[in-house]
Structures are given as C-alpha cells and as structure tokens.
Design a protein around this ligand. Structure first.
Ligand code: UDP
Ligand code: GLC
Length: 382
C-alpha cells in the first residue's frame, strides 16, 4: 500500500513527531507532503522518509487560527490542492495528520477517489478551536474520511460530541521506542554539570511555549517551593506565541526567580534532559489531547506530575505511575512537588512502575501493527 501522508506544519510539534514513527514502516513506498518548510522536513530526511514541501508559500499554521482564514486566498489553496491531487494519483491512500491537511486531503480524496484517513491529534472543543474550525473539521471528516484515528479517548469523545461519526473512529495511542529513552548515568551527570544543575532539585517542563501549555503555572508553583528547586523550560514558541514568552520573563522577574528558571529553547536531546530532571511536570490549562511528554518522562524513569484533564488522565493513574493535579492551580502543583522532594522512596517506586507500564503500553511496534491493520481494512473495503 502506497501512502501519501499530509501535514500542514514545517515545525516538529507532537503530531509531527508521532507521524515520523507512523510513516517509518512505509518509507520505501510513501511520501510525506508538507504545507510549509522547516525543521520537520529535516527530521524526516534524517529518518530516510521521503518528504516534499508541496507549496512555495507557507500557509499560516497557528493551531488555533481559523481554517478558512488560513486559506483566505484562493490563489494559495488552489495550486496546493492541484499539487496534492496530482501527487495523490500515484498513491493508494491519503493520510491527513492535521486539520488543514484534512481540508486539502478531503478535496484530493473526492477528486482522485483515494480513501482518506484522518489522524486526529486534537481535542475538538471550543477551549481549543473556533466554532467554524470545529464544524469544518467534523463535517469534512464525516463526509470524506473512511477512518478517524484519535490519539486518545478524550480526543475521540470530543470528536463525537462535536457531531463526528462514532463508527469511523478508533483510538490509537502514540507509540514510542523505549530504547531511545535509555541514557547513561555518566552523560546525565555531565549534562547536569554543564547546565549548572548540581545539588539542585530539577523540575523539567518539556512543551512548546504556549499559554495553554501552562508554563506560568509551574513558575507560580516554583515561588512557593524551597530555593534549591530549579525549573528548566525546554521548548520554543513554535507557533508565534512571542507575547507569552515576554509574559513568562516578566512573571519570573516579578517573582525574583531569574536564577531558578532556565530557558533551554527547542532541544533534540529530550531523553537526556528528562533523565537529568528529578521530576517532570505537565501543566496544560486546557485538556491535553494525548501528551507525549508524559509518556517520555515515564520511559526515562523520571517521576511525572500531569494536569488532570483530557488524555493525560488515560496515561497517569495517580499514585501508581505518576501524579495528577488539578489544572491551573499552582498551589496544588507545589504541594505534589514538595511530596516528591520529601518522599523519595515512594516517588522512585512510582517512577519505576511507570517505566515498566509505559514500555509495554506504548510500544511503537504494537502501535504500528494496530495502524497497519486499520489501514489495510480501509484499503480493502474502499
Ligand atoms: N519536544 C522536543 N524538543 C523540545 C520540546 C519538546 O523534541 O524542545 C518534543 C517532546 O519530546 C514531545 C513533543 O515535542 O515529543 C511535544 O509533544 P506533546 O504531545 O507533549 O505536545 P504538543 O506540542 O504536540 O501539543
Ligand atoms: C498534538 C497534541 C498532543 C499529542 C500530540 C501527538 O500535538 O496537542 O497532546 O500528544 O498531538 O498525538
């Protein structure tokens, strides 16, 4: 089966990193078509996955932006659809990995009669998207997609609540290769040294800088914690959230935390950095559709505290393989962090359990098998 994967982003967000694992088994007969150029293309190339940027003009890819506004000029969308149609004739199936890819993929599917699969990485609710976005995404998926792969029960439920057809949806979690999360103690000690983190209790936050990812909640919590607690913020403002970055720096200055918060920008050594942390926090203030960073922390053996909403609740069982806190409440977060500082044995035990469970539950080989089965059903019944 030859697959044309489509993704609107040139930047490597979670949906894009997930797509690398999904496209991998098909790389000798697949193409990933992007609507913008960037580091994601380079990552695909490093993984020997064929990739082509299908448009010369990059399309506005802010996640929350209006789908229609994103394609305001017909001069922009028509050549893209024409290019995707021409390309799709050489493939058996179109796999749309983002919402704007769904719009273009749906048109191409109608014209070329190639079946369409939509990988839903978002919670389609008003907390995350405009009414128009929701309507366009749900209606196009209902009309054109043979299959909607939701990245969690939470994403599936929101899709159905927004009017999506339940019978075309299946939940498949992101898969991970646990070998990629093995690190050497020696490297970790050196990394801590280089970052000036020796003798600190290091709390890591590994998300792009965006208001709903809630880095500000961790900073507020930090102000309530003992001085040896230091936070590293790993990630960049991938979709233009520069105002939020400014606000974070302001908040840090007002609280006098300049020496206790380190911005590391976008990094590619996530396993090493996570292993160098005493704790990883996930602080999204709106429900997280899945939350790759939560599973990654587990695979690194680092205890994780996650905001109790959306897909995170499917990944973490409080007190068993991590901790859950009410979203948007710095005090509750500070309390859990304090418990982890004090109850080292209990916290280590939970992190060990989390590692074992995550290795099995999110094994990339199993996940790829599930996807292969689903895609072959779609292909055979087209
Ligand atoms: N990530 C990364 N470098 C960074 C920050 C994050 O490679 O500097 C990765 C992180 O390891 C995770 C992904 O980006 O795999 C973010 O995915 P997640 O599902 O947590 O959130 P999203 O940004 O997709 O909403
Ligand atoms: C999206 C979601 C994130 C999820 C990722 C991979 O970017 O925001 O929660 O983990 O896709 O499915």
């Amino acid at each position: 089966m030859k697959i044309l994967f489509l993704d609107q982003s040139g930047k490597p967000g979670g949906a894009e990193l997930c797509l690398i694992d999904i496209a991998q088994p098909y790389r000798d007969r697949a193409l990933v078509g992007l609507f913008a150029d960037g580091d994601f293309r380079k990552l695909l190339e490093q993984n020997q996955i064929p990739v082509e940027v299908l448009t010369s003009q990059s399309i506005a890819v802010r996640k929350q932006s209006n789908l229609l506004q994103a394609f305001t000029s017909l001069g922009q969308i028509l050549p893209l659809i024409a290019k995707v149609v021409e390309t799709a004739y050489q493939y058996d199936l179109i796999y749309a990995n983002t919402q704007k890819a769904l719009v273009v993929g749906a048109m191409a599917s109608l014209i070329t009669r190639r079946p369409l699969v939509y990988h839903l990485h978002d919670i389609l609710s008003l907390e995350h998207f405009s009414k128009t976005n929701l309507r366009v995404a749900v209606n196009l998926a209902n009309l054109c997609a043979s299959l909607v792969i939701a990245n969690s029960q939470a994403s599936q439920t929101a899709f159905v609540q927004a009017g999506g057809k339940p019978d075309i949806t299946r939940v498949v979690y992101n898969g991970f290769n646990s070998k990629n999360y093995q690190t050497s103690n020696d490297d970790i000690q050196k990394l801590r040294q280089r970052l000036g983190l020796e003798n600190k209790f290091v709390v890591g936050h590994f998300s792009r800088l965006a208001p709903w990812k809630g880095q500000h909640i961790l900073i507020d919590a930090l102000a309530q914690l003992p001085p040896q607690v230091t936070a590293i913020l790993v990630g960049d403002a991938l979709f233009g959230e520069q105002n939020y970055v400014k606000q974070l720096h302001q908040q840090i200055a007002e609280l006098g935390l300049e020496k206790r918060v380190i911005f590391l920008g976008f990094r590619t050594d996530i396993p090493q950095l996570m292993a160098a942390c005493n704790l990883v926090t996930h602080t999204s203030t709106a429900p997280e559709p899945f939350g790759r960073v939560i599973v990654e922390a587990m695979l690194c053996g680092t205890p994780v505290v996650a905001a109790k909403a959306g897909g995170a609740m499917e990944l973490v069982e409080h007190g068993v393989n991590g901790f859950l806190v009410t979203p948007g409440e710095p005090q509750a977060l500070a309390q859990v962090i304090n418990t982890c500082i004090q109850e080292i044995e209990m916290t280590e035990k939970i992190a060990g359990q989390a590692k074992n469970i995550a290795r099995q539950r999110f094994d990339v080989a199993n996940v790829n098998q599930q996807i292969a089965q689903l895609l072959s059903n779609v292909y055979q019944t087209k």
